[in-house]
Design a binder for this molecule. Sequence first.
Ligand code: ATP
Length: 348
Amino acid sequence: MGIRIQQLRKQFDDFTALAGIDLDIHQGELLALLGPSGSGKTTLLRIIAGLEHADAGQVLFGNEDATRMSVQSRRVGFVFQHYALFKHMDVYDNIAFGLRVRRGQARWPEARIRDRVHELLALVQLQGLERRYPTQLSGGQRQRVALARALAIEPRVLLLDEPFGALDAQVRRDLRRWLRELHERTGLTTVFVTHDQEEALELADRVAILNQGRIEQLGSPAAVYDRPASPFVYSFVGEVNRIPGRVQQGAVQVAGLSLPLTGALPASDEIDLYVRPEDLIPDQAGGWSATVVSTQRSGARVRMRARLEGVGDEVEVELPSATETYATGQQLTLAPRRYGVFSGQARD
Ligand code: ATP
């Protein structure tokens, strides 16, 4: 089921947590809500779940207006960062919980509940652990139980709030891959909150980037990384160099180089050029003259700082370690192969 969010607003006293969100979440997609702390991700997720109410705007589940619907009737599965498993119940009972609290006609016979729990144990690869208690599981296993519990009620939508946030880096990476595979098998519309850009880019079909209660950009991981729509997205998703310049006669003049203007014409003539470290290509025609200030090998990459001649701006460059290495003090040219142009920030 798809979800349509229209003009959603939420205020906490005089603080605007959501400042008018419009978002179409497609049926069957895995959408990541990515943004810094306080940007409104959790508030948006909680409003979709029905745990919080918006001050204005609408949430549609398919064609149905869910804005005033109770949490129960929305039929959403929810997983939080901090394992909300019942400590006094074993894995089996935790997973069965949502099915056992149903009343009347909706209540399944125990045999059907057992089949469903076993199906879910297989899905989250925890067969054989059904009699363990949460304290007898690793963090990653607990989150898989939490996911199985959320899936037990056959939710229409799965909502995940930093589900791997409390786990260490390797476990996070493994669970990320595992969640992606699980998503492909279940095909459930899924919304995933994270402040970890790597997680969002690796996991999601589309990423919505939030900043101060607004969506700055919505697009595929490749689109938000390769074609950031704003300076904020440039620096929040990946790394970027900012070099001041001017627009003159339809071109940008930056540190002595004239470059074609890409994208929309900025509102002011004073602009900033945004270029990622890996998009500065050494020793290619059409580049800035520069001097290497420092170099550092970091795993499979080489990081280098270089000073642009004439203007003195320093830039970060990233190269695959297999390429030619450069020594401190060496002269080279650096050509921007891809960049963005936006109105300049206040000059200091
Ligand atoms: P984080 O990654 O830190 O969880 P977030 O992007 O999920 O951040 P939210 O939790 O949605 O952000 O919070 C957005 C803003 O709203 C924050 O500044 C937060 O302090 C504020 N806020 C959230 N809930 C409440 C509340 N119940 N009362 C007052 N302020 C709140």
